[in-house]
Design a protein around this ligand. Structure first.
Ligand SMILES: [Zn+2]
Length: 367
């Protein structure tokens, strides 16, 4: 089985680990398992990538830049922000330095331009073999219903209208129905839910189209430079809420890393995101929260399997007391499931620098 390692260096102006520590970590792990690619970012310290890149390339490992697209860029540029369909700014309760979780508008050409310029200015000469595009989505229930009912800016109103969706109708429907806006006609674990209200349903479909078309543009930009392009995706169960349709968004990508995070109590954690749906639309007709067990993992892997590019399901192997209480048994279980499905490989997320020894051993046992 092939492995992708993910290393989180911190925010743009941070560099949480020394070059030596990163190289040593990769050396130890790659002696035990076969490593294909390392995703690293998004510090703007070029010397970090030049030296780490030399080491990786000497080992036959590709280096990919971890690049956030529709969030985090507010920390280094002034993107066009999102508003909700009510025209209000979206309040993000979790904002903290280095992790702002605020999102910017997916249909703004300026925002796409900012991502491209960031690459050109800070990373183009660092020896990257590819880019790993993160935050290629809209806001989730992390910012409540307004987060999910976005973006409602003038550009997006037009983009929705071109797809047959009048945001005024969406707004009126939510005001009339409240939680029942989210009543589910069907909600398979694979995620492609169908809402009872056609206007609500069409809103989510159009949002997926808008997000996908922005992502395609970014994919084209990087692929034209000869770079491999990977995408960070929400797990299928919760991806539709944030505008990620696996069949659409993956069209011009080389690989995807679905975040199959069953132990993460933070944004993108599957149970965490579903609980927020329950919290913000308590009266909506919907299935009970699924148990985050092996059987559930199978439903997610089955849905991921439909994507036509390479698939590296992502599992958390870092341990963080408050938000990712992983253990070797969990890592082993997740890996065994991925292996059973016969995918190209697995991504060890989201920061191998914080993975305990026992977790690495569990991976080596199954490799
Ligand atoms: Zn917008």
């Amino acid at each position: 089985m092939r492995h992708i390692l993910q290393i989180c260096t911190g925010a743009w102006d941070e560099s949480n680990y020394t070059i030596e520590a990163i190289i040593e970590r990769v050396r130890v792990i790659s002696a035990k398992i076969s490593v294909d690619k390392e995703i690293i970012g998004w510090s703007i310290d070029k010397s970090l990538y030049q030296k780490v890149g030399d080491f990786l390339h000497g080992q036959g490992i590709q280096m990919l830049l971890w690049l956030p697209c529709f969030s985090e860029i507010g920390g280094i540029a002034q993107p066009d922000e999102t508003v909700d369909v009510f025209g209000q700014s979206i309040i993000v309760p979790l904002a903290q330095p280095g992790e702002d979780f605020a999102f910017c508008c997916p249909s703004s050409p300026r925002n796409i331009q900012i991502v491209e310029s960031l690459y050109e200015e800070h990373f183009a000469d660092c020896g990257f073999d590819g880019v790993f595009l993160d935050k290629v989505r809209g806001q989730s229930f992390v910012a409540g219903v307004p987060g999910v009912l976005s973006c409602g800016c003038e550009r997006c109103q037009k983009a929705f209208l071109e797809r047959g969706v009048d945001l005024e109708g969406v707004r009126n429907l939510y005001e009339e129905k409240g939680d029942a806006f989210f009543d589910m006609r069907s909600y398979p674990p694979g995620g492609e839910f169908e809402l009872v209200e056609p206007v609500a349903q069409r809103f989510f479909e159009a949002k997926e189209e808008i997000v996908a078309s922005a992502v395609w543009e970014l994919c084209d930009f990087f692929r034209n430079k000869g770079l491999e392009v990977g995408l960070d995706l929400f797990a299928p169960l919760v991806s539709r809420f944030v505008g990620q349709n696996y069949a659409l968004i993956t069209k011009r990508a080389d690989f995807i890393k679905p975040m199959l995070y069953r132990r993460t109590e933070a944004p993108a954690g599957i149970g965490y995101e579903y609980e927020l749906f329950e919290k913000h639309a308590p009266a909506a007709r919907k299935p009970a929260a699924p148990a985050m067990d092996r059987a559930f993992m199978d439903t997610q892997l089955e849905a991921v399997g439909q994507a036509s590019c390479e698939r590296y399901p992502g599992i958390e192997i870092n341990y963080l007391k408050d938000i990712a209480r992983t253990d070797p048994g969990y890592v082993r279980e997740s890996l065994a499931e991925v292996k059973e499905f016969g995918f190209e490989g697995v991504a060890l997320c989201w920061n191998v620098m914080e993975a305990p020894e026992g977790h690495i051993e569990a991976i080596a046992d199954l490799a």
